[in-house]
Ligand binder design. Structure first.
Ligand code: CP
Length: 306
């Protein structure tokens, strides 16, 4: 049977479990190529626009690093110095961008569903670098790849996503990816951070961090998204740290538990400094894996026409 891969990566929902496994197999090859300093320039004659309307360190820099290594010709869009400031609409901006015939667009925007606007007004291949509180597919791929490296498999592993679920685009993408690979997923946080009806995604809910630590193989900690007014629904960040913050004392009940965080983290809110230095904390390994995932995505997308 002919293998298929989506033209665009607007969300994990676009990918089958087979697609995800294919990305992971290629990610391992790219990680080795990175270690050997032997990444091939397989997109030498193609162009990419990094269209970021929201700030980013990890996603933007790792995309740029991957684009450089694959030989893509890079253009970066800076919304603050664009003609948006003269009143040009986002849609007209995109129609002008489309007229410049980029092969790939990597985009981030604060509006959930922004990728649909891009799909409507652009012919480039789209990769979502995060759209509001909706999806962040490359983050989920690197998170789940990291878990697969740690455990050897995802199926049956007990993974708990902790914190500001309701303002997070990482949470939804992680849940969809983990469920596609048959993990047992729990979400944990204060009631104000757990969306009503989230069980319909096939996840369990706990409001008790001690229970989450005891009953899971890994915790994916999420940032309290202060820029999306998450602080307003909490009594205080100090309270959050007291009841949900991760520190060595709290995880002593399951001291080998793997800790991940997509970054950036609010230090001494979601986690304490002492968590960063332990062997089973993978936050910076996630960033390395993020680069390999992006190399893999570009490689696979370049090989499939549709
Ligand atoms: N994890 C993540 O998306 O980080 P940035 O916002 O720095 O890209």
């Amino acid at each position: 049977m002919k293998k298929t891969f989506p033209k665009h990566i607007t969300g994990i929902k676009d990918l089958s479990s087979k697609n995800i496994e294919e990305i992971f197999a290629e990610t391992s090859l790219q990680k080795k190529a990175l270690a050997d300093r032997n990444v091939k320039e397989y997109l030498k004659n193609k162009t990419v626009l990094n269209l970021f309307f929201e700030n980013s360190t990890r996603t933007r820099l790792s995309f740029e690093q991957a684009e450089n290594l694959t030989g893509l010709k890079i253009t970066n869009f800076d919304s603050s110095s664009s003609s948006l400031s003269k009143g040009e609409s986002v849609i007209d901006t995109i129609r002008n961008i489309d007229a410049m015939k980029f092969d790939y667009i990597v985009a981030r925007h604060s509006t959930p569903g922004f990728m649909n606007v891009l799909l409507n007004y652009s012919n480039a291949r789209i990769i979502n670098g995060g759209d509001g509180t909706h999806e962040h597919p490359t983050q989920a791929l690197l998170d789940v790849y990291t878990l697969k490296e740690i455990f050897g498999k995802i199926s049956g592993k007990r993974i708990c996503i902790v914190g500001d679920i309701c303002h997070s685009r990482v949470a939804l993408s992680d849940i969809i990816a983990l469920k596609k690979l048959r993990a047992k997923v729990t979400v944990c946080g204060p009631k104000v951070f757990i969306p009503k009806g989230i069980e319909s995604l096939g996840v369990q809910v706990t409001y008790d961090i001690a229970e989450a630590i005891e009953n899971n193989d890994a915790l994916i900690l999420l940032r309290v998204q202060l820029e999306r007014d998450a602080g307003n629904s909490l009594s205080s960040l100090k309270e959050y740290r007291k009841y949900f913050g991760i520190n060595l004392k709290r995880i002593s009940a399951n001291e080998n538990i793997a800790i991940l965080h997509p970054g950036p983290f609010n230090k001494n809110v979601e986690l304490d400094e002492d968590i960063l230095e332990r062997d089973n904390t993978f936050i910076f390994e996630q960033v390395t894996n993020g680069l390999a995932v992006k190399l893999a995505l570009f490689k696979i997308m370049s090989e499939y026409k549709s």
